[in-house]
Design a protein around this ligand. Structure first.
Ligand SMILES: C[S@@+](CC[C@H](N)C(=O)[O-])C[C@H]1O[C@@H](n2cnc3c(N)ncnc32)[C@H](O)[C@@H]1O
Length: 164
């Protein structure tokens, strides 16, 4: 999806250890990874070192994304799952870039089990139907440009700003 929108600068929100760095940087795409977890930032920085200046990593959460049109696409994989206020996350990503790519877990047994597992640690897990993803996009003046079903896991969605 990042390639299909012609992105050259990508914000990787909740980059974790940086699994997206290789597939993007190997295509010449610059990646800025952010993650609040020090252990993840360490792993991501180690990985970023292989891509000579094309990949940078910063320790911060999505709540601190303040950039406007600094990126062509903002990606959040495995992040919306745990965010109780997704409209705010999408608004920040949608200001930083005209295209947002996110993974969204589907309602069902998997999410129920994750709710139980993560709930014990005080972390919520939030499921999304396709309709809910559309509603979320509309709330940020965006639309669902592409929706790829990931089987029982949910969807990968490309949300783009409405023209005009
Ligand atoms: C399930 S992992 C996904 C990591 C990576 N995107 C991937 O696909 O492998 C979720 C990541 O979100 C990060 N995270 C947690 N709170 C966050 C926040 N407020 N802002 C950005 N990332 C956050 C976690 O530290 C973790 O690395």
């Amino acid at each position: 999806m990042v390639v299909s929108v012609g992105a050259k600068r990508v914000l990787d929100v909740g980059c974790g250890s940086g699994p997206l760095f290789e597939p993007l940087a190997s295509r010449g795409i610059a990646v800025s990874g952010i993650d609040p977890a020090p252990a993840m930032v360490k792993l991501a920085n180690d990985r970023a070192a292989s891509y000579s200046g094309l990949v940078s990593v910063e320790q911060k959460g999505w709540e601190q994304i303040d950039s406007v049109d600094a990126f062509d696409a903002a990606v959040a994989l495995g992040v919306f799952d745990y965010v109780p206020n997704p409209a705010e996350l999408l608004a920040r990503m949608g200001r930083a870039a005209p295209h947002v790519i996110g993974s969204f877990p589907a309602p069902g047994l998997r999410v129920v089990l994750r709710k139980v597992r993560y709930g014990a640690h005080g972390v919520g897990v939030y499921p999304y139907t396709a309709a809910r993803i559309s509603e979320l996009a509309a709330g940020s003046d965006m639309f669902v440009d592409r929706l790829v079903p990931l089987g029982r896991a949910g969807h990968l969605a490309l949300l783009s700003r409405r023209p005009g």
